[in-house]
Design a protein around this ligand. Structure first.
Ligand SMILES: NC(=O)c1ccc[n+]([C@@H]2O[C@H](COP(=O)([O-])OP(=O)(O)OC[C@H]3O[C@@H](n4cnc5c(N)ncnc54)[C@H](OP(=O)(O)O)[C@@H]3O)[C@@H](O)[C@H]2O)c1
Length: 334
């Protein structure tokens, strides 16, 4: 174990697209585990689009990261020291905190992970928050019925790739090929190619019943007029607009009346009570290979700012994770 911590701090709030100079890499003393806490050595750090909201000063559903503070993020790691009876040195856990190598966190927020059940990193993606997001959004809001057409934007990403039978939209031919071949989507459309509208018409000849909104922007403009009567828009996120300085004008909502659309936003953190249920359902499917996922693993804490900036431009291909340290369980799984 190193005797110093290494952290990425928010240096200033970005204007528009973040740059690496909005972040600062700093050394700090190792944190101490207080009563009831454990010291976690991070192995994998999750990078997610929601972090763009946390580093802006705008009012949102969660508190922002303060300037000068460690960047917020979920971490899978190994317990190095425990002052909580529920955890022992050497346990693997989900629930370390922040863009840093070590964190001392209360045992109450930790989930113990079994590396024989699934690779540790999946607790940040397909078996973690993004997987739960896909599960609750589809089962509670989208509710696709037999014969309906579902369109998913950012289909190759962490939330988009959770395995329904649908039409995907993704950035570039490689991602589209992958979404069709590996995730088994009926079709996938490249949103960077010319005439997205015509491509949607070809892929969805009966219109669109459920639209899983991950990106907003030009993709939303093309999808919205193609929604069928009683269509559902699952408002998960609008990553294409997160760096905007001014909100863009939205679609005209009179068609929501005319077509009796349901447009519903949701935040996965309101649904944590379903996390255990989701993992119990998804872990066996992952093991049997029925549930597919893809990760994009970047090595080293210092590369987190650059990787996060790329996430907001579509440079990641799969769930974006930073490897903070060697994973001692790799290759050791059943
Ligand atoms: N509501 C919730 O509780 C909740 C929870 C988790 C995530 N989310 C939201 O879900 C969405 C997807 O998140 P994720 O974690 O799964 O990330 P992700 O899809 O793995 O990565 C983001 C993807 O967004 C796409 N993108 C970025 N900029 C774009 C642009 N200008 N135009 C079109 N596409 C662009 C890129 O894919 P392409 O290259 O394919 O375009 C990029 O790979 C985000 O909006 C996020 O905020 C919401």
């Amino acid at each position: 174990m190193e005797n110093r911590n290494r952290q990425v701090l928010l240096k200033r709030r970005p204007t528009g697209a973040p740059t690496t100079s909005d972040f600062e890499i700093a050394e700090a003393p190792l944190p101490d585990a207080g009563e009831g806490e454990v010291l976690v050595r991070g192995i994998y750090l999750s990078l997610d689009p929601y972090m763009r909201g946390r580093i802006s000063g705008a009012r949102s559903y969660a508190k922002p990261v303060e300037v000068g503070a460690v960047m917020e993020g979920r971490v899978v790691g190994e317990v190095m020291r425990s002052r909580n009876p529920g955890f022992r040195e050497g346990d693997f856990v989900l629930g370390g905190y922040g863009w840093q190598l070590y964190s001392a966190v209360p045992g109450t927020g930790l989930l113990k992970l079994d590396p024989a059940e699934a690779p540790l990193s999946t607790a940040l993606g397909v078996l973690g928050m993004p997987g739960l997001t896909a599960y609750v959004g589809l089962s509670e809001i989208g509710r696709p019925q037999r014969g309906e057409t579902v369109v998913v934007s950012a289909a190759s990403g962490a939330v988009g790739g959770a395995g329904a039978r649908v039409v995907g939209i993704a950035g570039g031919a490689d991602k589209c090929r992958y979404v069709e071949a590996e995730f088994g989507f009926d079709a996938c459309i490249d949103h960077r190619a010319a005439d997205l509208g015509a491509a949607l018409d070809r892929a969805c000849p009966n219109g669109i019943d459920v639209y899983w909104e991950n990106v907003g922007g030009a993709v939303q403009q093309a999808v919205f007029p193609r929604l069928n009567d009683f269509g559902r828009m699952v408002m998960c996120g609008m990553v294409a607009e997160y760096n905007d300085l001014e909100p863009r004008p939205g679609p005209n909502l009179m068609s929501a009346v005319r077509k009796r659309l349901k447009i519903q936003g949701f935040i996965v953190s309101d649904q944590w009570q379903r996390f255990a249920e989701y993992r119990a359902m998804a872990a066996p499917l992952l093991k049997s290979g029925e549930l597919k996922y893809r990760e994009d693993i970047v090595d080293g804490l210092d590369r987190a700012p650059e990787a996060f900036i790329g996430l907001l431009q579509g440079r990641n291909f799969g769930k974006l994770v930073v490897r903070l340290a060697d994973d001692p369980t790799r290759g050791a799984r059943a």
